[in-house]
Design a protein around this ligand. Structure first.
Ligand code: AQP
Length: 343
């Protein structure tokens, strides 16, 4: 089983990124051949500062390593170091429908808030994302719920490519069809797939567009985490169980379940003796502090050694390139691009 996922280098990774993606990445190392990419090229699709992008790439690498990624058990690299991603992105454009890109929620939401320029990169973001995954012929992509739409587009692109450019004898796709590209499946967690903003529980916790007080960062100090949970917006009533009209309480229960490795039902049963929302907030804060404090401590140790982080990313890129180069050669061959492949 080959697993691939990408994460943007925003230094301030939050609890949604942690539960929706990072925890799954760590667990993926035990289930298969895990490949994880810090997608610096994706981060250039909105306004950004070049110097900060480099810094944040290292921040993100340090967070991932602190959370438990082990370069001996996975491939961790920076997207911009493996040029095959951008070439494949261009080649996949030939089988990507413009209308589909225009309809993507993320494009619509993010383009609406760009003040100076809506870049074409923002529109093509999901094609580059498709290239990231398809370059490795990954079978599984761990992501949060917000990426479901992009995963569907990626599957359409791979299926369309295989149909448009058939190559006999190429690897079998995950869906059973023959083709150069593997059609991947998403892996969305069953609990906390969409962690919500603590202040605005109808919205997802988010790097852009969320509230500062409602966003718990992986690197927040324990006191700050406790404060944010204590101020979390809850709902009317005082029952400690999940319900569609209780997004705030449901969110806290799901967060607790995810960090404790329990089901939400077990959390609800444990809370049977609790006195109300105050107890729930304290219990959720304690559970999150317990999970994030060691990550923060390890991060502080790792982040100081930039040369070691750069070296780890470079070593990961070497390994990634070997796999991506092979796929690109097959894609070029199938599409009739460049000279025939020497075998
Ligand atoms: N609220 C969330 N709950 C669960 N999973 C989430 N993810 C993001 N938000 C939540 C998952 O985190 C992974 C990395 O996302 P990214 O690379 O897009 O990083 P980001 O830009 O910092 O994440 P945001 O917060 O989603 O940014 P905005 O809101 O600015 O677009 C992905 O697997 C994602 O599903």
């Amino acid at each position: 089983m080959r697993i691939f996922s990408g994460i943007q280098p925003t230094g301030r990774k939050h609890l949604g990124n942690y539960l929706g993606a990072i925890v799954q990445y760590v667990e993926g190392q035990d289930r298969g051949e895990a490949i994880y990419c810090i997608v610096d090229l994706h981060a250039t699709t909105v306004a950004y500062e070049p110097v900060r992008l480099r810094q944040r790439t290292l921040d993100t690498a340090a967070i991932l390593l602190a959370a438990g990624l082990d370069p001996a058990r996975c491939i961790l690299f920076r997207q911009g170091d493996v040029h095959e991603h951008t070439e494949l992105c261009w080649l996949l454009c030939s089988v990507t429908a413009l209308g589909e890109l225009n309809r993507m929620h993320q494009f619509r939401d993010k383009s609406a808030v760009q003040r100076e320029l809506v870049s074409a990169g923002l529109l093509f973001y999901p094609v580059l994302q498709a290239a990231d995954v398809l370059a490795y012929r990954a079978e599984e992509v761990p992501v949060g719920e917000d990426q479901r739409e992009h995963l569907e587009l990626m599957r359409d692109v791979a299926t369309r490519f295989n149909a448009r450019f058939p190559t006999p004898g190429s690897p079998r796709s995950a869906t059973g069809g023959e083709g150069t590209l593997v059609v991947p499946e998403h892996r969305i967690p069953t609990v906390a797939a969409r962690v919500r903003d603590l202040q605005e529980p109808e919205r997802k916790m988010s790097t852009t567009g969320g509230s500062e007080q409602g966003t718990v960062y992986v690197l927040d100090e324990p006191d700050a985490i406790v404060k944010k949970f204590k101020r979390a917006v809850t709902d009317s009533g005082n029952e400690l169980h999940r319900a569609p009209d209780k997004p705030g309480v449901s969110n806290l229960i799901e967060i607790m379940a995810a960090v404790r490795g329990m089901t939400p039902e077990q959390v609800e049963a444990d809370l049977a003796g609790a006195r109300g929302y105050g107890d729930l907030k304290v219990a959720a804060a304690e559970a999150v502090v317990e999970a994030l404090a060691p990550v923060r401590e390890r991060y502080l140790e790792l982040r100081g050694d930039e040369a070691a982080l750069e070296q780890a990313l470079a070593a990961g890129a070497e390994k990634a390139r070997v796999i991506a180069r092979e796929t690109l050669a097959d894609v070029r061959e199938a599409m009739g691009v460049g000279p025939p492949r020497a075998r």
